[in-house]
Design a protein around this ligand. Structure first.
Ligand code: URA
Length: 435
């Protein structure tokens, strides 16, 4: 097999065989295929696309490029949940404990944040003492004992994706349906759970800006998951503005805790109930997603989801008293406010700009080597549709670096669009695919 022939074939609209795709993934992962040929093939795929068979072959080859987790020691149907990435998305910390409280084991591997979207592992590490690296046996034991454990994804899961994603990121080949699908699904399929609930974000702060694109991505990921024998459903959700009011590591974990206490923002609560309802349904503990949602709601009302959160934190080395005493989180040294330049309504609050402002205050990293300021972040006091007066506080920015906090507040001001008309309300949950 020859890379040059494969590049020309794809460039001219051809279909790659399973063997060719396997050859590319193996060869590139082992360093036998140079970056320039891999880049050319990715660019040909970007323009020509791949059909479902090619996409599945690429996903499977990437899944098998490293370890495939064996979760058979955990009793029950293990359900994973994955978000394609958004701003202020802390739902994992809410739906995990809710699903666990309803009898669905959650054995999840999560990633770190890069760019303007946050990562679950970074957020969890804002809890002092919390470990995201556990021995395999410890991870399995925690799920069997408490119903939930979330660890950092190791380098041995889908190493081909790590290499290929790194190349896509610098060659303008990220935004392709088959490449995104194979990247996300190879990691999900290698993580070992039996069923998957995908939250596909759509809007300004997401890879897919339009509903049509997000639907196509959701549909393809559902087909690939099901082709691999995992029950997969996808929910298309709005990411035009950030989720909830908190953006940034410890701020988001606190908001998740408040939501588990029944005091969370409406959007986060609604999305979490939708996702948890689906997890409980595909996990075989409810007859329908609606019944699953009712069970999830009950787990907040009766405190069982909060109790699961307590056990989850304690099980992974954190101090569970933090649930009742947020002063145990690292505390910021500086804050600054973004104020409204006019009276009227918040017409729009651009998720991506908020994410970038949060990253610049220290909550995110620009390169993998950057360290994170766990106290840095943004508290949004006004969101789309809210009335505002000139000079009123729109949002507060926190962190340890005074200059960055001030610059973050100035940047954040540009994320808000203030106008005289109240905007139409946007639908948060737009579609569910795969039921
Ligand atoms: N997330 C991933 O893991 N891969 C992509 O290609 C896009 C989002």
């Amino acid at each position: 097999m020859n890379m040059n022939d494969m590049i020309v074939k794809k460039r001219d609209g051809g279909k790659l065989s399973l063997e060719e795709i396997q050859f590319f993934v193996d060869g590139y992962t082992k360093g036998q295929i140079p970056d320039y040929q891999a880049s050319a093939l990715l660019m040909a795929i970007y323009f020509i696309g791949m059909d479902k068979e090619e996409t599945y072959a690429l996903t499977a080859a990437m899944r098998d490029s490293g370890d495939v987790a064996d979760l058979s020691a955990i009793k029950g149907i293990k359900v994973d949940k994955h978000s394609t990435g958004g701003v202020g998305d802390k739902t994992t910390f809410i739906v995990g404990p809710m699903a666990a409280a309803c009898g669905v084991p959650v054995a999840k591997m999560s990633g770190r944040g890069l760019g303007f979207t946050g990562g679950t592992v970074d957020k969890m590490e804002s809890i002092p003492g919390f470990h995201t690296v556990l021995e395999e046996q410890e991870f399995l034991d925690l799920v069997n004992e408490h119903g939930i454990s979330i660890i950092g994804q190791t380098g041995s899961i889908a190493p081909a994706d790590k290499k290929i994603y790194g190349l896509r990121d610098v060659t303008g080949t990220v935004e392709n349906l088959s490449l995104i699908t194979s990247s996300i699904m190879s990691k999900k399929l290698a993580s070992g759970s039996d069923a998957i609930v995908l939250d596909v974000k759509c809007g300004d702060g997401a890879f897919m800006e339009t509903l049509e694109e997000a639907q196509r991505l959701g549909q393809l990921m559902v087909e690939i998951g099901n082709a691999d024998g995992k029950k997969t459903v996808a929910v298309i959700t709005d990411m035009e503005q950030p989720l909830g009011q908190a953006v940034g590591n410890s701020l988001e974990v606190i908001e998740a805790m408040e939501t588990l206490k029944g005091k969370g923002p409406e959007d986060i609560t609604k999305l979490s109930l939708t996702l948890a309802g689906l997890m409980i349904y595909v996990g075989g503990k409810a007859e329908s997603p609606e019944q699953g949602q009712a069970m999830a709601k009950q787990s907040i009302e009766d405190g069982t989801a909060l109790e699961k959160m307590r056990l989850f934190i304690q099980g992974q080395g954190g101090d569970p008293r933090i649930l009742d005493d947020y002063s145990l989180f690292p505390q910021h040294a500086f804050s600054a406010e973004a104020v409204s330049p006019a009276s009227g309504f918040v017409q729009a609050l651009h998720a991506k700009k908020v994410g970038i402002a949060s990253q610049h205050t220290g909550a995110g990293r620009a390169t993998k080597e950057d360290s994170i300021d766990m106290t840095a972040g943004i508290y949004l006091r006004k969101k789309t549709g809210d009335p505002v007066e000139k000079g009123e506080v729109l949002a507060t920015v926190h962190g340890m670096d005074e200059a960055k906090v001030k610059a973050g507040a100035a940047e954040l001001q540009k994320a808000y669009v203030i106008g005289s008309q109240k905007p139409r309300e946007r639908e948060l949950v737009k579609k569910i695919i795969g039921l």
